[in-house]
Design a protein around this ligand. Sequence first.
Ligand code: N0T
Length: 521
Amino acid sequence: LLIVMQFGYSQQKIPHLQKKGNKTQLIVNDTPFLIRGGELGNSSATSMESMELIWQKLTDMNLNTVLTPVYWELIEAEQGKFDFSLVDDLIVRARKENLKLIFLWFGSWKNSMSSHAPAWVKLNQKKYPRVKDDKNKSHEILTPFSEENLQADLKAFQKLMTHIKDFDQKEQTVIMVQVENEIGMLPTARDYHPLANTAFQKSVPDELMQYLQKNKQKLVPEFLEIWKKNGFKTKGNWEEIFGKGLHTDEIFMAWYFSKFTNIIAKAGKDTYPIPMFVNAALNAPEKKPGQYPSAGPLPHIMDIWKAAGNAIDFLAPDFYNPSFKQWNDLFTRQGDPLFIPEHRFDETAPFKGLYAIGHYEAIGFSPFSIESVSDAKKEPLGKIYDLVQQLTPTIEKYKGQGKIDGVLLDKENNTHIIKMGDYEFTFKHDYTLNWSDGAKAETWPMSSAIIIEIAKDEFYISGSGIVVTFKSLKENRNAGILKTDQGKFENEVWKTIRHFNGDQTHQGRHLRISVGDFEIQ
Ligand code: N0T
């Protein structure tokens, strides 16, 4: 006798990226998710014991996501034998702390090097060959030209993704994966391993040339320039098409790094297709490829990285230099989503995070070495993240429609104008007010704000250290404040705490959030 029955269940879609207007949302548990992230130092998540004192700091700073490595050497210490106990423990504990995870696959490459490869890889260079420089000296970097290297990493990564799927698909604690870390060739612009040299003499793959031809209109100008110089050739080897020089070495290398990485990502996505990205160590302008990690996922060769596959959803910048706007502009110029997986955890980081979420409508932000704070409760990042948390439903609702923007201000760049709705908003640094506490100060802290238009004549402005005045964009009209309230969102419902007028609005002339205050008005 067999009696069968049917029962319903609601199946959530797994974490994924979704276009909204001209921007991108990350969807987790069927809801738009804005990453208030922090990345752990490289060796902190190697045991639960070492993590013990860290969790509290993370939640004290209002993070909703931790970026933490998964180390190839630890999960596959013995070839083919996998140990996911640490991965599982991290997932279980993160759930308890109400945190999501972004795993960083420290596989073949970590800051160019192959330091996280297991011993059985490191000790068998015959089977798992390393790159060589132009003097035939080998370096501790696995060559992307070896099929054995590819298969070894791919198998481990696929096992990892299969495990995450089995262990976590229902809860969706793991929301994205960074594949490898700051890939790039050192100390020469390209690999000179015999396998690489052979590939260098061969014709440039059709796949790349077809992508370039098809996307010629949108290719980045730096690359287009190189291709144009050589007459937009479409047939030949690397030097025939792109000319002789370090730039060609880098293009060549980028293709093979990206191929390798996309193949791995694809293998992982075959079992569990959550968003995957790669991060870039930004190159200093005075340095040549090879002096900086050549051929990494950098803006000037982003077309090559994209041409090699689409299993990598986007390229992401790591910030250890101050040119925040410049690099973000480069990474987003083809309409790709912005996520900042690393920013030096300095005093500017919180403000840049808010600016990225406002101006670029980024999917998230994450300072590096997040556990390094001593007093997490006092950390400005926590205050900014609190504002972001309150505003997230509003941000996601109005995303991609030209209704959100942000400003980033300091002593030098202390004024920024935004046009939105029928108005022109002039944002100035709080210290430009000559009666402010810091007007005479030698150094000014960075300040930033986000503005969201929620209806005609109605806006939220949130941040720290700003003063805003208004003009009408209509002819023969003045603009003034009808009402300013400062308050908070409780369970997504706005609650006014103080009605601001009088001195707080300079009798109706401006909106102000002083340095040291973190508010929504
Ligand atoms: C980052 C981090 C970690 C003055 C450095 C940055 C992380 C990696 N690399 O602490 O190693 O895993 O992604 C390299 C750029 C440093 C430039 C310093 C310029």
